[in-house]
Structures are given as structure tokens and as C-alpha cells.
Design a protein around this ligand. Structure first.
Ligand SMILES: Cc1ncc(COP(=O)(O)O)c(C=O)c1O
Length: 437
């Protein structure tokens, strides 16, 4: 039988528009996605993407691990597995978390398809439409997407250079509850924040936890970057301070490789039971082959030294980014100084708008992510996220030089013609109707 060649039917007309579930309405493609196709061209220095840089991964060692796995244990590794995740890997995960002071039993771990799925499962089991989730201002764009797809109301809480502000957290909880809304949890990224680049001190973690406990609030601690600190020992995880109030999300994406898509959730036992049921209905089981491969890699390879290699490579790139910013940013620009991870958060001089400026930046062959991507409420236009994880140090410096020229140009245009931009700064939560009285 000869079938016709498939034709790509690229139309914006959607005949199903009135049939989608309400939760699908929050799923919209970002307005900047189209620009990123251009931003990925080789002549553009992309300081936009947050992809881990796995150039230094020892492919021969990983290759031999995978080869041995297929030959010696392929029929198990390629079969369905446990919905909770493979016991051997869960034990190894417990050893890894000890590096950040977390004492956990393997039975309290659910393996997930990256920590992104951990976020999805946690939100799925806790949140009804209209429930409030508290997040830092700004917060991880992938988490905001999950919260929106479960129709949660995101309320942002201010940060300073030490991360989430406990006083602002207290006020946000009070304001939301006074408005008669239910807060389900606080979502926080304590280490090398994506996108803000800041880290909570131990004291700050204790304060945040104390506020959460006093308010009987669950804390979701998302920690994919914790072992990628450039100096000193890791700061103890919030989960190391309290096993009952904290649900901890971990990932192998940044310390090994994201393509295996393996992360985990460590949760109080009753929550863990619900997570496994949710995992079974979502995937039957997390990818068994990936779990066996990571488990064998951890057992046979010196993964601690590999993380050290990653850290040194990221530290060189961070240094290049900071040097480039100091040399090329116009007066009035400021930025955070990350002590690990991938990201710097830039605050632009007044009157500049990172979103409207992006097409001009891409024309000048440099790309970034506008700050608005990291807020659920449209704020953030005076900020941008710069990633230093992927380009070489030389390219990073060249990228900041190009960006500096774009900012200078924008400022001179504003000086000549004035600016029509009305930039609100981040405002704490106001109950609906509160400003009408
Ligand atoms: C803060 C944060 N959480 C979660 C994720 C998801 O990571 P993965 O699903 O690859 O584990 C990312 C990825 O960039 C992230 O930055």
C-alpha cells in the first residue's frame, strides 16, 4: 500500500480551542521563544540558555558503564521497574544528600524524571485550582509553568542578597490568609538561585524555616545546584534542619548529565506514599535504564572528582562574566555575585526594559532572558538573567561587551526621546479589591 508523504500543517488556527480543560489555558508559549531560534545561531553569544556544560564529562567512562550494563544486566535494566525507583540508586542518593547534612532513609525517596517531574508531582498531590503557592521574586520559570498548569495562584515574596526575606514571607502569609486564600506551600531555591544567583546563609535558612513552621506551612526546597558551590563546603540543606516540614527536590542534571532525566523527591513518609501513587499514574515507573546507568556510574566512577572538574569550569566562566560586566556595563547597572551555579541577575538602569530591548540585543548578536520570564505577575522588566554556564570565557566577555553597547544605545535613545515605559517595582501581595477601599 502506498501512503502519501506527510505534509507539515503549520497553522495557528486551533479547532479545539473551546474543548481544552481550563488548566490548559495557562499553558502558553513564551513570547520570547521565537527569538531564541535566532539566539541559537552561532554568531550570537547566548547568555540565555541554562544548559549544563557537559563537555568535560568522561564519555569513555560513561560509555563503558553503559556497555557493561547492557551486556551484564540488560534484561533487568530494560524492563519496567519500581514506581518508587530502584532501591540501589535510592541508597546512593541518600549518600549524596549527606554531603549537605541530610540524613534520610532510602524508603523516603521517590525517583522522578528530573526534578522538574518532582515539582509536577508535588504540585499535583497538594494543589487545587486557586490555591496559593509562595515563591521567591523572581523564581524558576519551569516551576512557574508547573504552578500555572495546576491553576495555582503564585504570590511572590521579596528577596535580598541573602535570598528569601523572612519578614516579607511573614507578611505575605498574613496577607494571603487575611484575603481568605489557602497557601499550600513555599517553593524556594536556597542555593545559587535560578535566576537570582543568590544563596541563603545558614542563618537565613533557619529563619525561613522558623516562619514556615510557625505558619504551619510546608517548604519545597529545590536544590539542583547545591553541590556546585565554588568555595568552601556546601551549606546544610533546609531539609537537614527539619524532616517534617520540608520536601526536598534533588537532581543529577547538573552534577552528572540532564539527558538521563533522573531526579528525586525526599518527603515525609505519608507524602512519599502519595508521591509514589502519583508517579505510578504519571509514568508507571521512572526510567529504569537511566537509573541503572547512573547507579553504575556512581559506583564505578570517581563522581566527586568529576563534580570538582565541573565546579572549576563553571567558576572560570563566572569569573569571566563578572569581569565582563565590570568592564562593559554602563553606570547604574548592578548584578548579583553568584558563589556557585549558573546565573547572574542583572538590574538595569532606570527606564530600560529588558523585554522590549531583546530584539535589538539579538540583532547585536547577544541574547539573555528578560526578567519578566521569572515572575508570574508581569514584573521584572528592569532585570535580566545572564547564564555563564555554556559559552567559553572569551565568548562570555564578548557577550557582555555587546550587551554593554546595547544598553548604552538604549540609554542614549531614552535621553534624547524620553521613555514611555512605566516600570513598577516588585510589589508585595495585595488582596483582590484591597486598593479599592
Ligand atoms: C531551580 C531548578 N529546578 C529544577 C530544574 C529542573 O531540572 P531537572 O528536571 O533537569 O532535574 C531546573 C533546571 O534548570 C532548575 O534550575
Amino acid at each position: 500500500m502506498s501512503l502519501p508523504e506527510p505534509v507539515r500543517r503549520d497553522t495557528r488556527l486551533d479547532n479545539y480551542v473551546d474543548r481544552y480543560a481550563a488548566r490548559a489555558h495557562g499553558m502558553t508559549a513564551s513570547a520570547i521563544r521565537a527569538l531564541f531560534a535566532v539566539a541559537n545561531r552561532p554568531e550570537v553569544v547566548s547568555l540565555a540558555g541554562g544548559m549544563p556544560n557537559i563537555a568535560d564529562l568522561p564519555l569513555d567512562a560513561v560509555g563503558s558503564v553503559v556497555h557493561d550494563l547492557v551486556v551484564d544486566n540488560g534484561r533487568v535494566a530494560m524492563q519496567y521497574g519500581s514506581g518508587q525507583g530502584e532501591p540501589m540508586l535510592r541508597e546512593q542518593i541518600c549518600d549524596i544528600m549527606r554531603l549537605e547534612g541530610v540524613v534520610a532513609h532510602p524508603d523516603d525517596i521517590t525517583v522522578t524524571v528530573g526534578s522538574q517531574q518532582g515539582l509536577d508531582l508535588v504540585t499535583r498531590i497538594f494543589c487545587d485550582p486557586g490555591d496559593v503557592v509562595l515563591c521567591e521574586a523572581p523564581s524558576y520559570v519551569g516551576a512557574l509553568g508547573v504552578f500555572s498548569s495546576y491553576q495555582c495562584d503564585v504570590v511572590h515574596v521579596a528577596m535580598d542578597e541573602e535570598g528569601l526575606d523572612p519578614q516579607a514571607l511573614t507578611e505575605a502569609i498574613g496577607a494571603v490568609r487575611n484575603a481568605g486564600k489557602r497557601v499550600k506551600f513555599l517553593y524556594t531555591i536556597p542555593n545559587f538561585h535560578n535566576p537570582a544567583g543568590v544563596t541563603q546563609s545558614l542563618e537565613r535558612r533557619q529563619q525561613v524555616l522558623a516562619v514556615a513552621k510557625a505558619a504551619d506551612l510546608l517548604v519545597i526546597e529545590d536544590n539542583p545546584y547545591g553541590l556546585l558551590g565554588f568555595d568552601g563546603e556546601p551549606i546544610p540543606a533546609i531539609r537537614s534542619l527539619d524532616a517534617d516540614t520540608v520536601v526536598y527536590l534533588g537532581s543529577f542534571s547538573k552534577t552528572f548529565a540532564p539527558g538521563f532525566r533522573i531526579g528525586w523527591v525526599l518527603a515525609p513518609h505519608a507524602v512519599r506514599e502519595k508521591l509514589v501513587l502519583a508517579q505510578e499514574s504519571a509514568t508507571l515507573c521512572p526510567p529504569v535504564f537511566s537509573q541503572f546507568a547512573i547507579s553504575a556510574y556512581l559506583a564505578k566512577h570517581d563522581w566527586r572528582s568529576q563534580i570538582k572538574i565541573f565546579k572549576e569550569m563553571y567558576r572560570d566562566r563566572r569569573d569571566a562574566m563578572l569581569a565582563g560586566l565590570s568592564d562593559h556595563m554602563p553606570a547604574g547597572t548592578s548584578w548579583t555575585v553568584p558563589e556557585g551555579g549558573f546565573f547572574v541577575w542583572v538590574t538595569l538602569p532606570p527606564g530600560l526594559d529588558s523585554q522590549s530591548m531583546l530584539p535589538r540585543a539579538v540583532t547585536a548578536r547577544v541574547a539573555y532572558v528578560p526578567g519578566t520570564a521569572f515572575y508570574a505577575d508581569g514584573f521584572g522588566s528592569r532585570h535580566m538573567r545572564l547564564s555563564y554556564c555554556f559559552p567559553t570565557p572569551e565568548r562570555i566577555i564578548e557577550g557582555t561587551r555587546r550587551l554593554g553597547e546595547v544598553l548604552e544605545y538604549e540609554m542614549s535613545v531614552n535621553e534624547t526621546f524620553g521613555t514611555a515605559i512605566h516600570q513598577g517595582s516588585f510589589k508585595p501581595y495585595e488582596a483582590p479589591g484591597a486598593n479599592q477601599t
